[in-house]
Design a protein around this ligand. Structure first.
Ligand code: GDP
Ligand code: ZN
Length: 480
């Protein structure tokens, strides 16, 4: 019997367990056909067909226990011949009736076969990646597609899974390598000055164009990441303004999911809100409903950091406590003032304590005084104005993140993961270093381009120094 590491053929149930119409068991690896030979009986009599089934054709079959020849289920079998399969290996799929006993008997027989083993988490996709069938952006896209809960998320994930994201980054990397090959050509033909100059001018022009492309990709307000994983919201304000009341109000809505994420050191409670189709996330490491008082519990400096690291901040103030007695001037606490920007959303709470006419007057006055367009007034205690707040907040978010546009245009933002941004920013730094170098510093310039290409290569997960040679080779064959 082979060791686990030697058993290259893996199997797993690829559909959720339990009662359903169909269950699919997937088998991938060099011995997939051997599994088929042992466990599958098709009507075809020809021995040749049994060893060499026609690929990509669904066939009726019985699935049997090879030791006893007992029929476990009647179903369908399909053979995907590598490398034209999802994993790039030979793949056999058994389509069974989905019932606990059927699935368990088939998996038990598979576990007894000496040449295959159960697949690890994500191992089929991993093989697709290792086989070059998928790059990392497609792997991420596939996962996002399965996780997609909103229409925007599905569209954006499908685009990545289909390779559109990969194509853009591969294209960028190709152009950086082109630029590099021009530099290397100039290094090789250093003596012929005239040739060198024109080649170098081309390289720097291409670099300039590339820089513009990268900057435009990066200037996206994080829309792709936000549409995929949600807007991060920080609620802040002075003590007793109503922050906890607001959070409770939001959490009790049907569209709110309180998720429990087993964190690294401490569990994180996360409130995930669907506000007008946009996922909004309020995270709290210390227990969601108890401590949400960012300012009072962690101090102004850290509140500032929390606000900076979130996408949206919402200031809660008590209207009666904020207005100066006998005037319309607002008295925002000095510790809060530096945290306010024109982007801040503001909720004046406790309006039940003031006459309605006064509230209206104060609201108009506040918009002018604070120079903030998004201001609402509520009483969270008596639910006055909460409906208007929710619909107004939702619309403001949709406008801010161009959600409606993203749903309609064919080109949603390219960057959907922080990882992409990180590598692309690194690449941009190196490209800028390249552009800043004088043309006679060719060796250093080439080095910067190599780093830039490497950083972009990390987005796809394929970094290969052979590539540089390939590009250079191609360039010279065509060029000469
Ligand atoms: P936080 O300190 O900002 O989290 O404020 P809380 O949500 O804990 O509320 C502080 C106090 O104000 C509590 O006693 C609430 O019941 C009360 N409160 C909250 N919202 C309202 C409101 O709209 N009107 C009135 N009158 N009281 C409120
Ligand atoms: Zn509180």
């Amino acid at each position: 019997v082979l060791s686990d590491a030697q058993r290259r053929t893996i199997y797993a149930l690829s559909t959720p367990p339990g009662k359903a119409g169909v269950a699919v068991v997937r088998i991938s690896g060099p011995d997939a056909l051997e599994v088929r030979l042992q466990m599958v009986r098709t009507p075809s009599k020809a021995a040749r067909r049994k060893r060499n089934p026609e690929p990509w054709r669904l066939e009726r079959c019985s699935i049997v226990d090879p030791d006893s020849n007992e029929v476990l289920d009647d179903g369908l079998v399909v053979f995907f011949k590598g490398p034209k399969s999802f994993t790039t290996e030979d793949v056999v799929e058994l389509h069974l009736h989905s019932g606990r006993a059927i699935i368990s008997s088939v998996l038990t027989v598979l576990s007894r076969l000496p040449f295959c083993r159960p697949a690890e988490l994500g191992e089929f996709t991993r093989r697709a990646f290792e086989g070059g069938r998928l790059d990392l952006t497609q792997v991420e896209g596939l996962k996002d597609l399965i996780d997609a809960e909103t229409e925007v998320q599905r569209k954006s994930a499908l685009r990545a899974a289909g390779g559109a994201t990969r194509a853009v980054f591969d294209g960028l990397r190709g152009e950086i390598l082109m630029c590099l090959s021009l530099c290397e050509a100039a290094i090789d033909f250093g003596e012929e000055d005239s040739v060198e100059d024109s080649v170098l001018v081309k390289a720097w022009q291409l670099g300039e164009k590339l820089r513009e492309r990268m900057v435009s990709i990066l200037t996206d307000d994080r829309r792709g990441e936000i549409l995929r994983s949600g807007v991060r919201l920080t609620i802040f304000g002075p003590p007793n303004a109503g922050k906890s009341s607001l959070l409770n109000f939001l959490a009790q809505r049907e569209a709110a999911i309180v998720t429990h994420i087993p964190g690294t050191t401490r569990d994180i409670l996360e409130l995930s809100l669907d506000i007008g189709g946009l996922p909004v996330i309020v995270a709290d490491t210390a227990g969601l409903r108890k401590t949400t008082d960012v300012v009072e519990s962690i101090g102004v400096d850290r509140a500032k950091k929390a606000i900076e690291s979130s996408d949206v901040s919402l200031l809660v103030l008590s209207l009666p406590d904020t207005v100066k007695p006998g005037s319309e001037e607002l008295n925002v606490p000095p510790s809060i003032q530096p945290l306010i920007t024109p982007e801040t959303f503001v909720l004046f709470n406790k309006v039940d304590l003031l006459p309605e006419a006064t509230v209206q007057r104060l609201r108009e006055h506040a918009k002018k005084q604070l120079q903030i367009p998004n201001i609402w007034t509520t009483s969270l205690a008596s639910k006055i104005g909460t409906g208007e707040f929710l619909s107004g907040f939702s619309q403001a978010l949709q406008e801010r993140y161009n959600l409606l546009e993203a749903q309609n245009t064919s080109e949603p933002p390219l960057i959907t993961h922080a990882r992409h941004r990180k590598h692309l920013e690194t690449a941009l730094l190196h490209l800028e270093a390249f552009l800043a170098l004088p043309m006679d510093e060719l060796v250093f310039a080439a080095e910067e381009l190599r780093y830039a290409a490497q950083a972009v290569g990390k987005i796809s997960g394929v970094i290969d120094s052979e590539d540089v040679l390939d590009v250079i080779f191609r360039e010279f064959c065509i060029g000469k």
